[in-house]
Design a protein around this ligand. Structure first.
Ligand SMILES: C[S@@+](CC[C@H](N)C(=O)[O-])C[C@H]1O[C@@H](n2cnc3c(N)ncnc32)[C@H](O)[C@@H]1O
Length: 301
């Protein structure tokens, strides 16, 4: 069915940066790194980098902090950890997917930092690390997709040192960009798109195994103390640079594929993301992108 999201696209829309990079990366590989696709990948990373950097800086790492990037994917945060911590190997990237780890390894090599990180493939429910191996476990956009978050939090707890911290990053609020009235079609397009997306996300989450509590509860139940949440705002305001324009075009264009949206809304998204249209959204000077990431963290005592 045309309006059904493919599994790949579902992931893409579910976790703005991480998944987008994963899926785009796949396309890059499939099309043998055509310039356009490689450029898009770089634009996505560039769009998010200031936000990622701000979040990671807040973690209070010092040289010598042993970091595990759990579910590191293609390595955006891994690269930042490698840059911030220097020396090496200071950070371990762990992921189920070999192709993602290979991609991350290539990026580390490109920067001239192959020795700054160790990459390990495996399932996070069976972490191949001794108890107390890490001072910080960072896991970004991973837990919301796991079938058993309790078991996963226990696994994290076991590999942390006493005094070590677990930082779990999830996006809580759907990003917004458009004003309520975009001057074409029915008003409130973005609200409807976001509501449809949230409905789909909750249904999808429930099929993976329910956890009827928030992340703070999960961390406390796993034995962490000083459990807290801190949110970070990523806002980008017009006029946008080339990388921001490329990312935002890509981000909005895909919204026409959200399951359950009205055909008129699908057409509207198509129309405002048509570069030749008078209503092309990036002709506007009043766009303001806002997204919120939250880091839920706790200390092992
Ligand atoms: C949405 S991506 C997030 C990537 C990265 N952390 C980021 O924020 O850019 C989720 C990652 O978790 C990994 N993952 C999912 N289940 C896993 C498991 N059971 N063990 C290890 N990694 C897993 C996936 O392979 C994927 O790379």
């Amino acid at each position: 069915m045309k309006n059904k999201l493919t599994a790949a696209r579902r992931t893409l829309l579910a976790a703005p940066l991480a998944a987008a990079q994963t899926q785009v990366g796949k396309v890059v590989e499939k099309r043998n790194a055509s310039n356009a696709q490689a450029g898009l990948y770089a634009s996505i990373a560039a769009f998010w980098e200031p936000h990622d950097r701000e979040m990671l800086r807040s973690l209070g790492m010092k040289r010598g902090t042993r970091v595990l990037d759990l579910g590191c994917g293609r390595g955006d945060h891994l690269l930042l950890f490698a840059e911030m911590l220097g020396g090496g190997p200071a950070v371990t990237g762990f992921d189920l997917r070999r192709d993602s780890l290979d991609f991350a390894a290539a990026r580390l090599k490109e920067r001239g930092w192959p020795g700054r990180a160790v990459l390990r493939q495996g399932d996070l429910y069976r972490l191949p690390f001794a108890a107390g191996s890490f001072d910080l476990v960072w896991s970004s956009h991973v837990f919301h997709g796991l079938p058993d978050v309790v078991k996963a939090a226990d696994a994290v707890h076991s590999v942390l040192s006493a005094g070590g911290r677990f930082a779990l990053r999830e996006n809580r609020v759907t990003a917004t960009l458009l004003p309520p009235d975009i001057g074409v079609g029915e008003t409130g397009l973005e609200t409807r798109l976001n509501e449809a997306f949230d409905r789909w996300l909750q249904r999808d989450r429930a099929t993976r195994g329910r956890y009827p509590h928030g992340w703070l509860h999960l961390l406390r139940e796993a034995g962490f103390s000083q459990v807290t949440a801190r949110s970070f705002l990523h806002q980008v305001t017009a006029p946008f640079n080339a990388a921001q324009r490329e990312y935002l075009h890509y981000w909005l264009e895909r919204k026409q594929e959200i399951e359950g949206i009205k055909p008129t809304d699908r057409d509207l998204v198509r129309r405002i993301t048509d570069r030749d249209s008078e209503q092309y959204f990036l002709r506007r000077d009043d766009l303001h992108y806002v997204s919120v990431s939250t880091i839920y963290s706790g200390t092992k005592t």
